[in-house]
Design a protein around this ligand. Structure first.
Ligand code: PAD
Ligand code: ZN
Length: 362
């Protein structure tokens, strides 16, 4: 099958033919329909984070089950699925307490499948998996626990985005911060995930939704997704504008959706006493954040957020229902569609801030 391989950071992906072994115990072969292009993949390409290489990246995908390995009971060939970049085993202490996004099983998947081996190779060279998914290929062998079955009338190319950006952004608002109706919300970074924070805030009934970005085009998107106010951080003073918009009070909630310590500080500074800041962005490995603890003293909360604190098998079908009922925007998120041969162009467009989200369609 054709896939995009990252051999080393700072080098383009190589699109080539790889061998993919058949699924082993509790694994499933999925024919992918589409994969979203997320900034988390770009972090590895730019050396912000380390990963065993070579690797097939990609963690936001959907497709159809083609073959099941021994012992698989959750899915059958023909099932439509979204892939979850956190498998949920249902048995660990996190899963049983309803914190499925923190499932132990995700730690058994660093570069390999759960048995410590890979299904991907190029001749004699082993190629690593990414989060057990590797959606930048025409097919993927994934753990059974990473599958989320979905309704068959949902368009598989669109709902690929339900694999990462949408549950992360919407979930950060609904599950992590639990934004209350009437709140004021600042969203710093209105890219693929940030736009979903914006639409999550709409769903939660926020009153003021303030989109902050450095690209005018991104801010236009934010307006389309329900932002009530826009701030261009490249030309405007973010704190002063938030102060004006909130009539001097500052915001109830701020979300950092870039992956920058400076932006995390900026997000915190836009919150009022008792306000909550949620860090969604992934910062470079080794980054350090310095804050004045006095700021937290006033009942402020600083929270992390992985995968929108979601339970994939419950929240993803729910988000798809909302999309099908026209209560959640997916079509508008996809500003470009690429073939896998052009995947490096897709990443350049993401890096340059030219797209909301792009997808690779197989
Ligand atoms: P993106 O590149 O689509 O969006 C980032 C946005 O930030 C762009 O619109 C930029 O223009 C904007 N931006 C950059 N610098 C600034 C600045 N100084 N001030 C204001 N805006 C700025 O990326 P994305 O939406 O795919 O991902 C965003 C982050 O979220 C990234 O770090 C990614 O790794 C992380 C992420 N986290 C999770 C999770 O589980 N926590 C899941 C998915 C993605
Ligand atoms: Zn992602």
């Amino acid at each position: 099958m054709k896939a995009a391989v990252l051999y080393e950071a700072f080098k383009p992906l190589v699109v080539e033919d790889l061998e993919l072994e058949r699924p082993k115990e509790h694994e499933v072969l999925v024919k992918l329909t589409a994969s979203g292009v997320c900034h988390s993949d770009l972090h590895y390409m730019k050396g912000d984070r380390e990963h065993p290489m070579p690797v097939v990246l990609g963690h936001e995908g959907a497709g159809i089950v083609e073959e099941i390995g021994p012992g698989v009971t959750y899915a059958q060939p023909g099932d439509h699925v979204v892939l979850s970049f956190v498998p949920t085993c249902g048995k660990c202490s996190y899963c049983v307490k309803g914190r499925q996004n923190l499932c132990e099983a995700r730690y058994g998947l660093r570069g390999n499948m759960q048995d410590g081996t890979t299904r991907l190779r190029k001749g004699s060279q082993e190629i690593h998996h990414f989060n057990g998914l590797s959606t930048f290929g025409e097919y993927a062998v994934v753990p059974e626990d990473s599958l989320v079955k979905i309704r068959e009338d949902a368009p598989l190319d669109r709902v690929a985005l339900i694999g990462c950006g949408v549950p992360t952004g919407v979930g950060a608002v609904i599950n992590t911060a639990k934004v209350r109706p009437g709140s004021s919300v600042v969203v710093i970074g209105t890219g693929g995930v940030g736009l979903n924070v914006v639409q999550g805030a709409v769903l939660a009934g926020a009153e003021a939704i303030i989109g902050v970005d450095i690209h005018g085009g991104k801010l236009e998107h934010a307006l389309q997704f329900g932002a009530t106010h826009l701030i261009n951080a490249a030309t405007e003073d973010v704190m002063e504008k938030v102060r004006d918009i909130t009539r001097g009070e500052m915001a109830d909630y701020a979300f950092e959706v870039i992956g920058s310590t400076e932006a995390i500080k900026q997000a915190m500074m836009t919150t009022k006493r008792g306000g909550t800041t949620v860090v969604v962005g992934v910062t470079p490995a080794g980054a350090e954040l310095t804050i004045d603890p006095d700021f937290l003293h006033l009942d402020r909360v600083l929270m992390g957020c992985t995968y929108g604190s979601c339970y994939p098998r419950a929240d993803m079908p729910m988000l798809i229902d909302l999309y099908m009922a026209r209560r959640l925007k997916l079509d508008e998120l996809i500003s470009a569609t690429f073939k896998i041969d052009d995947i490096n162009t897709a990443f350049e467009a993401l890096d340059q801030g030219e797209v909301a989200r792009s997808i690779i369609r197989y």
